[in-house]
Ligand binder design. Structure first.
Ligand SMILES: *[C@@H]1O[C@H](CO)[C@@H](O)[C@H](O)[C@H]1NC(C)=O
Ligand SMILES: *[C@@H]1O[C@H](CO)[C@@H](O)[C@H](O)[C@H]1NC(C)=O
Ligand SMILES: *[C@@H]1O[C@H](CO)[C@@H](O)[C@H](O)[C@H]1NC(C)=O
Ligand SMILES: *[C@@H]1O[C@H](CO)[C@@H](O)[C@H](O)[C@H]1NC(C)=O
Ligand SMILES: *[C@@H]1O[C@H](CO)[C@@H](O)[C@H](O)[C@H]1NC(C)=O
Ligand SMILES: *[C@@H]1O[C@H](CO)[C@@H](O)[C@H](O)[C@H]1NC(C)=O
Ligand SMILES: *[C@@H]1O[C@H](CO)[C@@H](O)[C@H](O)[C@H]1NC(C)=O
Ligand SMILES: *[C@@H]1O[C@H](CO)[C@@H](O)[C@H](O)[C@H]1NC(C)=O
Ligand SMILES: *[C@@H]1O[C@H](CO)[C@@H](O)[C@H](O)[C@H]1NC(C)=O
Length: 895
């Protein structure tokens, strides 16, 4: 990756800055002239004497292997389809028709007025949405977001002279010329009047101090959920409040960084070639370094301030209301863990024991360094930057406790240094500054897109000092040249995404090309692009099958007690109608079904489904009311913000098709659909009603499905294909309503997903980010922030585990699922001679597998779906044979 030439230029730059900033400083008579010395012997070694060694770690790692099922009822991803109405027409199907029957017969059932469902609020606490507080003013809208890119973008830092800082006065370049800003507001008004506001969310907010919308699915939710003791995963570090627990009974913030020798592995799966382990897991509870203070005790409280997309501030207060505190800016990718102390006596602890502490002088004026050697063989550095500039003398009082002076105000930063003196130079150079919050900006121009992550920073000489940030593998792959030039060779492993790399500077730019801008509702392949026309023979076969599926009861399949299942069915019927109307060229035969689909969709827009939606004014978002009845797991935990991108994605995709087939439909429905987009994928930070980008994590490059459930292993996601479906739905809805920014955002999200899924989730044999003994599973199964488990929440069958990363098969599938990967997976698992031949799989999963096969072997896929003895039990409730036929045909499978 990094060339030695680049490293030498970085070092040259460092030496230049060192000449300016790092002259030896006789800051006290205690430490004189050691600041820039390379010789260990001139540094002062503290207690214990070097011949004392503690062999045993007290902090025993624990491994939470059990699946945390919260919010995930063990339900299959599709409802059991009542085939009675479908099979009634089987005779007609088996004797091939050459013409389509009159449309009227497809929909005998068109019930009139639906029984008017009243809202089911048990407490009668509905507040009309127009009463919602914090109506955003014009000025709170998007302008800062929309222009953020220009201010965040600083071109070519010249490494040999200027450190890359936000204040470098260099040419400001746009990432693309005339690009479309992907973060224009969707809308900032109140939610539709049909959606009632309620403030009685089953999970009340006790620890996040914010009146703004709160991110529910981000990496730091452990700070404010439940016991407040589960970890926040900034990568490569994780942080957890010790809260009197652990072997040291500390009340400080514990930092953990796990090397791969501490991973625990599941049993090998001999069904798969290579017998991969079924999971790997990082231990929890390790407290390598704890930033605490001697005054902290059972009165100490943890308050989460400014919960944003890329950061939150964790504030440990000596007691509620005390001004004595430590504030930890918790920022994804942060290079050091920084505690900003206010009038407390620092106590730096280690659950793995200090072997040796070295007072390493002052790398820069006013910044004081200690090297910390732990008993597990790792080396950390500590930088203290006191507000008053005087050297704080830290003393090792026991082999677990390094104490600073009483009444300390200033920062203490720690970092694990895996790279010896070279690594330490980088950390020296950026010491004293830290990121406070991050911003994403992005543009798309044609089929190229770029996005930038940039950070505001604070600390001593912040203006002249570049940040150190850790980048994930998928960032590095798409860095532009300038950003790549600031990447170093210093790495630390992350918990579940391979190695993170130290990058110098306050912003990164990532570029993506080959955005799928031409992808529509029709089959799509990377080689041919959008496939608008099917062969006459494929059309004939589709029209033979169509009547049977068009005559299913849309009403019965969409009027359900689940947003997820209802959305899937709406999406299935929309896709079916599109296929028959546009791909088989028979719009008239779908007329009645389209009318019925609109009627069934309207039930949701009017909010008269079995469990209506509510606007939750506690966390601020649109949730199902199913979970207000006592079972938070109802409807896959929608009420607690699980899976919103899955649930709403299906509605959004269905709406895009309906609105494309009948643009007049949009006027009455656009606002409601946009509200779903705002809930799961809001495009701006300053919207009083919804947090920015609830689901998609622009740092990790994919979404997290877990909402407000306290979790040992952090957030997780089980279905990458439904994540991609959501991005695709956003893109197509944006296109349908003429919101070019939304369309561009969906396109760029798909491009980022393609990269991140390939890097971490859909493992080709040459994957380098997941453990070598794991990648033969081909898919991760559920990827958590702390473990990866080749399973699902609803069972271990291989067709479930692999299939949940396939469905729904839609035009985007060929974009995010590389044909090489699809072929490898099939060969390893589903081929005739493999452990789980697709031909022997039962039920709807069989259809999923064979539709997926179209990506690598469209002919075999076509032959499966076109066979004369086709069994409709092979089609799950979220799919249609018609679409699968069209899909295989479009990809080249039909005669
Ligand atoms: C309804 O809204 C009013 C005004 O915002 C507020 O005072 C009241 O507490 C709310 N009631 C409920 C039950 O949410
Ligand atoms: C919450 O924040 C406000 C202002 O930002 C502050 O005045 C208040 O003390 C904070 N509350 C707690 C519990 O920390
Ligand atoms: C550390 O030890 C030195 C020398 O014994 C003493 O002057 C200083 O006060 C001690 N500092 C703390 C924080 O205990
Ligand atoms: C980026 O670097 C590559 C290889 O060093 C070079 O071929 C390419 O032209 C550079 N691109 C830009 C925009 O400078
Ligand atoms: C990750 O970093 C470690 C050193 O920390 C190194 O041994 C390993 O080879 C790296 N892995 C990859 C895939 O680069
Ligand atoms: C819809 O469901 C109802 C109640 O289960 C049933 O009576 C009716 O036959 C179903 N309609 C169709 C078309 O399947
Ligand atoms: C389709 O319907 C339109 C009007 O509803 C009618 O004019 C047209 O002839 C029909 N086309 C076919 C092929 O039936
Ligand atoms: C983490 O979350 C789990 C699940 O809610 C809880 O039981 C546990 O106490 C929390 N804290 C730790 C340190 O495990
Ligand atoms: C893996 O192989 C594919 C070709 O099949 C290639 O495109 C990709 O870059 C390789 N990945 C890595 C990490 O080497």
């Amino acid at each position: 990756m990094a060339t030695s030439r680049k490293i030498s230029s970085l070092l040259t730059w460092l030496l230049v800055t060192e000449a300016i900033n790092c002259l030896p400083q006789p800051v006290s008579n205690f430490v004189t002239g050691v600041a820039t010395s390379e010789s260990d012997s001139s540094l002062r070694t503290q207690y214990p004497p070097s011949n004392q060694r503690i062999a045993v770690q007290t902090a025993t790692p624990t491994y939470r292997v059990a699946l945390d099922l919260s919010g995930h009822s063990s339900q299959l991803p599709f409802p059991t389809l009542d085939l009675s109405d479908l099979l009634g027409g089987l005779d007609g199907l088996l004797s091939p028709q050459t013409t389509v029957s009159p449309t009227a017969s497809y929909h005998g059932v068109t019930s009139g007025g639906d029984s008017s469902k009243t809202d089911d609020d048990p407490s009668g606490s509905d507040n009309s949405s127009s009463d919602s507080d914090d109506s955003p003013s014009e000025s709170e809208g998007s302008p800062s977001e929309a222009t953020a890119f220009e201010t965040a973008t600083h071109a070519t830092d010249t490494l040999t002279t200027d450190p890359p800082t936000a204040d470098t006065q260099s040419t400001i370049t746009s990432i693309t010329t005339m690009g479309e800003n992907i973060f224009e507001p969707i809308g900032t008004g109140a939610v539709p009047a049909s959606i009632k506001t309620r403030n009685d969310h089953p999970i009340q907010n006790q620890h996040a101090n914010s009146t703004a919308p709160i991110e529910t699915n981000k990496f730091y939710a452990g700070l404010f959920l439940g016991s407040q003791t589960n970890a926040s995963f900034t990568q490569p570090y994780s942080l957890a409040w010790s809260k009197g627990g652990g072997t040291l009974k500390s009340w400080g913030m514990a930092v953990s960084h796990v090397e791969d020798n501490l991973l625990a592995y599941g049993p090998q799966n001999s069904k798969l070639p290579g017998s991969p382990v079924s999971y790997y897991i990082n231990p929890i509870g390790l407290q390598h370094v704890i930033l605490s203070a001697t005054e902290l005790n059972e009165s100490t409280v943890l308050v989460t301030e400014e919960p944003k997309a890329f950061s939150a501030q964790a504030v440990l207060k000596r007691s509620a209301g005390s001004s004595q505190s430590i504030t930890f800016p918790i920022v994804q990718g942060m290079g050091y863990i920084t505690g900003v102390y206010r009038n407390l006596q620092p106590q730096v602890q280690s659950g793995t024991f200090f072997r040796k502490i070295v007072d390493a002088g002052s790398p820069k004026p006013g910044i004081f360094k200690y090297q910390m050697y732990l008993e597990d063989g790792t080396t950390w550095v500590l930088y203290a930057t006191p507000d008053d500039g005087t050297k704080p003398q830290f003393n090792l009082t026991t082999n677990t406790s390094l104490n600073g002076p009483a009444g300390y105000s200033g920062t203490i930063q720690v970092a694990k240094n895996s790279a010896g003196q070279l690594g330490e130079k980088f950390f020296d150079n950026s010491a004293g500054v830290y990121p406070v919050a991050g911003t994403v900006s992005g543009e798309v121009s044609g089929t190229s897109g770029a996005y930038s992550l940039s950070w505001t920073k604070a600390g001593k000489d912040a203006d002249q000092t570049p940040l150190i940030m850790f980048a994930l593998p998928h960032h590095i792959q798409s860095f532009d040249n300038d950003t790549r030039g600031r990447a170093t060779d210093v790495q630390l492993r992350t918990t579940t995404k391979g190695n993170a790399t130290v990058v110098i500077g306050d912003h990164w730019i990532m570029r993506e090309s080959n955005l799928p801008t031409d992808m529509g509702f029709s089959p799509w392949s990377p080689l041919t692009g959008n496939i608008a026309a099917l062969s006459a023979s494929a059309q004939r076969t589709i029209l033979q099958v169509a009547p049977l599926e068009l005559q299913q009861s849309i009403e019965n399949q969409t009027n359900l007690n689940s947003m997820y299942y209802s959305g899937k069915a709406l999406s299935k019927f929309a896709t079916l109608i599109w296929t028959v109307s546009e791909l088989a060229n028979s719009p008239n035969s779908t007329h009645a079904a389209l009318q019925e689909l609109k009627r069934c969709f309207a039930r949701f827009v009017q909010n008269q489904q079995q469990f209506p939606l509510a606007y939750d004014s506690v966390w601020k978002g649109i949730v199902s009311t199913a979970g207000y009845k006592g079972d938070l797991n109802a409807d896959f935990g929608n009420t607690a913000y699980n899976d919103h991108h899955f649930h709403y994605g299906y509605f959004i995709q269905a709406a895009a098709i309906i609105g494309t087939l009948d643009p007049s439909w949009l006027a009455d429905n656009k606002e409601w659909v946009n509200t779903l987009v705002r809930d799961a994928d809001n495009s701006i930070e300053h919207d009083a009603f919804f947090p920015f980008s609830r689901s998609f994590d622009w740092f990790n490059g994919h979404s997290w499905a877990k909402g407000l459930f306290e979790s040992f292993d952090g957030k997780d996601q089980e279905s990458t294909s439904e994540d991609a479906m959501f991005a695709y739905a956003v893109k197509m809805w944006g296109k349908t309503i003429g919101d070019a920014s939304m369309e561009a955002r969906g396109n760029l999200m798909l491009a980022i997903l393609r990269r991140s899924l390939k890097s971490y989730f859909l493992m080709q044999s040459n994957n380098t980010n997941q453990p070598a003994n794991f990648i033969a599973n081909k898919v991760t199964g559920i990827l958590f922030e702390n473990k990866v488990d080749h399973t699902t929440y609803f069972g271990n069958n291989l067709e479930f585990v692999q299939g949940i990363h396939m469905l729904p098969l839609l035009p985007n599938s060929g974009y995010t699922r590389d044909p090489t990967f699809v072929a490898e997976e099939w060969q390893a698992i589903f081929a005739e001679n493999a452990s789980t031949p697709a031909s022997k799989v039962e039920g709807g999963w069989k259809g999923v597998l064979f539709a997926n096969l179209a990506l690598s072997n469209p002919r075999a896929s076509w032959d499966f779906f076109a066979q004369s003895n086709f069994d409709y039990n092979w089609i799950d409730g979220g799919a249609s044979r018609v679409w699968y036929l069209a899909y295989a045909a479009g990809l080249g499978g039909s005669p």
